[in-house]
Design a protein around this ligand. Structure first.
Ligand code: SAM
Length: 422
C-alpha cells in the first residue's frame, strides 16, 4: 500500500502506525518500529517516521491542548483526525517542516475522513502563530505521580528534560584510557571509563569498529561501578543487551549473563564480539534459573516500567500505568528473592531499575531488607559515585531528573546494594 502513496507520505503513514501502536496498543516505540515501517525502503524514511512519532510523544499534552483550543467540539482521544493533526503540528512547530508540506504529507492519511476539518484546524493554528510551550508539559498522570513521589522541582526538571533527546554516553572498555578517548572523541568525561558526546552517528565514531566502547547512559553504568574490579564469578541475571555485562567483564569478573529473550541475547553476543570481551551466555528465566554454584556477586537489573529513560524513549510516559507498575514491582520482588539464593556468604547482591517509580525501587528494596535474615543493606558511599550523584539517606542511589542537568542530565535510576552475612 505504501508505494501507492504520494512522495513523503509513506514515512508519515509509518509514524501514524507507530503512534497507534504506542498510544492505543501500549507497545514500546522502538519495538513497534519494524512492523510500522515495513515497506519503507529508505533508512532515512524509517528514521523520519521514528523521529516524528517520538516528537509527538514528547509534546503530546501540548499538541492536544492546541488542537482542543481550535475545535468547537473536542475530537475523541482516538480519532484519526487528532492523530493526523498531532503529526502535522509536530512537523510544522518542532521539526521545521514548512506548513504547506506538513499538512500536504498527512492529509492523504485521513482518506475518507474529515480532511476539511483537519485542514481547517491546522490552517487556523498556523495563521494564528501557534507555538508549543517550553518546557513541554508532562502527561497529567505522570506529573501527579512524580510530584507526589519527588516533589515539584523534580517534576519540573523532568518536563525540561523531555524537550530534546539527551547527549550520548559511552562506557569505555579500558578505564585507564579515559582522558585519551575523551579527547579523541571530542567529548567530556564525568567518571572513569565514561565519555559524554553530543548526539552522533554511533557506528561512524572512532573506536566503534574496534570495540573500544559501547553506548550506555551514565546512570546505567552505576551498578557495575559499585561492584568494582573483581576476579570472582558474577551472575548478571537480566543481562541483554549487555552494557553491564561488558563493564563487569572489562573489570575482570567472570560473568554468567542470563536473559529471557533469545533475540536480545544475540545482541549481547554481538556486543561481546565487537568489544572482544567474554561472558558465558545463558538463555533462561531468572525466576526459574538454577545456578551451578553460588557466586561472589549477583546483579539483578530487573525489567521495569523504564520510566527513567523517558528522555530517549518518550513512549514510556504514555505506557506506564499504575497497574503495570504494580505488577512489575511484584515480579521484581520475586526475582530479587530468587537472585539472593545464588549469592555466596560474604558476597554482594545488587538490585537496579531504570524506573522513576518508588514502588519499583525503594519499596522493593525495603521489603527485601525487612524480609531477609541473611542479607543486610551495604550502603553506597558518595566517593563510589560520579560527582553530582549522591547516595540517599539509606545509602542507595536514586538518580532523579535535575541531577547533572548543567552537563546534560542522566536517566532516572535506582540501585540498592546488599551483602550476604551467612
Ligand atoms: C533492563 S533490561 C537489562 C539491561 C541490561 N542489564 C544492560 O545493562 O544492557 C531487562 C532485561 O531483562 C530481561 N528479562 C525480562 N524478564 C526476564 C526474566 N524473567 N528472566 C531473565 N531475563 C528477563 C529482558 O529481556 C531484558 O533484556
Amino acid at each position: 500500500m505504501t508505494d501507492t502513496l504520494p512522495p513523503g507520505v509513506a514515512a508519515r503513514a509509518a509514524a501514524l502506525r507507530l503512534l497507534d501502536a504506542v498510544l492505543r496498543r501500549g507497545l514500546p516505540l522502538d519495538g513497534a518500529l519494524d512492523a510500522a515501517a515495513r515497506g519503507l525502503d529508505r533508512a532515512d524514511d524509517r528514521a523520519l517516521a521514528h523521529a516524528l512519532a517520538a516528537e509527538v510523544l514528547r509534546r503530546l499534552p501540548d499538541l492536544d491542548a492546541l488542537i482542543d483550543g481550535a475545535t468547537a467540539k473536542p475530537l475523541p482521544a482516538d480519532a484519526k483526525a487528532r492523530f493526523v493533526l498531532r503529526l502535522a503540528l509536530a512537523q510544522a512547530l518542532r521539526l521545521g517542516t514548512p506548513p504547506h508540506a506538513a499538512i500536504a504529507t498527512v492529509l492523504p492519511l485521513v482518506d475518507g475522513g474529515p480532511r476539511r476539518l483537519v485542514h481547517g484546524v491546522f490552517g487556523a493554528l498556523v495563521r494564528a502563530g501557534a507555538t508549543l510551550p517550553e518546557p513541554p508539559t508532562l502527561p497529567a498522570p505522570v506529573a501527579a505521580r512524580w510530584q507526589a513521589a519527588w516533589g515539584p522541582d523534580v517534576a519540573a526538571a523532568a518536563a525540561r528534560a523531555i524537550a530534546a533527546p539527551p547527549p550520548l554516553d559511552l562506557s569505555l572498555r579500558d578505564a585507564s584510557a579515559t582522558a585519551e578517548w575523551a579527547e579523541r572523541l571530542g567529548g567530556r568525561s564525568l567518571a572513569s571509563a565514561h565519555v559524554r558526546l553530543d548526539a552522533a552517528r554511533v557506528t561512524e565514531l572512532p573506536g566503534f569498529a574496534e570495540g573500544a566502547w559501547w553506548v550506555q547512559d551514565l546512570s546505567a553504568s552505576l551498578p557495575a561501578r559499585l561492584l568494582g574490579p573483581g576476579t570472582g564469578r558474577v551472575l548478571d541475571l537480566c543481562a541483554a543487551p549487555g552494557g553491564k555485562t561488558m563493564q563487569l567483564a572489562a573489570a575482570g569478573w567472570q560473568v554468567t549473563a542470563l536473559d529471557l529473550q533469545p533475540a536480545r541475547l544475540e545482541r549481547l553476543r554481538a556486543n561481546l564480539d565487537r568489544t572482544a570481551l567474554r561472558a558465558d551466555l545463558v538463555s533462561g528465566d531468572a525466576l526459574t534459573f538454577t545456578a551451578t554454584a553460588p557466586a561472589e556477586a549477583v546483579l539483578l537489573d530487573a525489567p521495569c516500567s523504564a520510566t527513567g529513560i523517558f528522555r530517549r524513549h518518550p513512549d514510556v510516559l504514555h505506557r506506564a500505568r499504575p497497574n503495570a507498575i504494580r505488577t512489575l514491582a511484584e515480579r521484581q520482588a520475586a526475582m530479587l528473592a530468587r537472585a539472593a539464593q545464588w549469592v555466596k556468604p560474604g558476597g554482594t547482591l545488587l538490585y537496579a531499575v531504570c524506573s522513576l517509580e518508588p514502588e519499583e525501587g525503594e519499596a522493593v528494596a525495603d521489603a527485601f531488607t525487612a524480609r531477609s535474615t541473611s542479607f543486610r543493606p551495604w550502603p553506597i558511599d558518595a566517593d563510589e559515585l560520579p560527582a553530582g550523584v549522591a547516595p540517599d539517606a539509606a545509602g542507595r542511589v536514586r538518580v532523579l531528573p535535575g541531577m547533572l542537568e548543567a552537563v546534560g542530565g542522566a536517566d532516572g535510576f535506582f540501585v540498592a546494594r546488599f551483602r550476604r552475612d551467612g
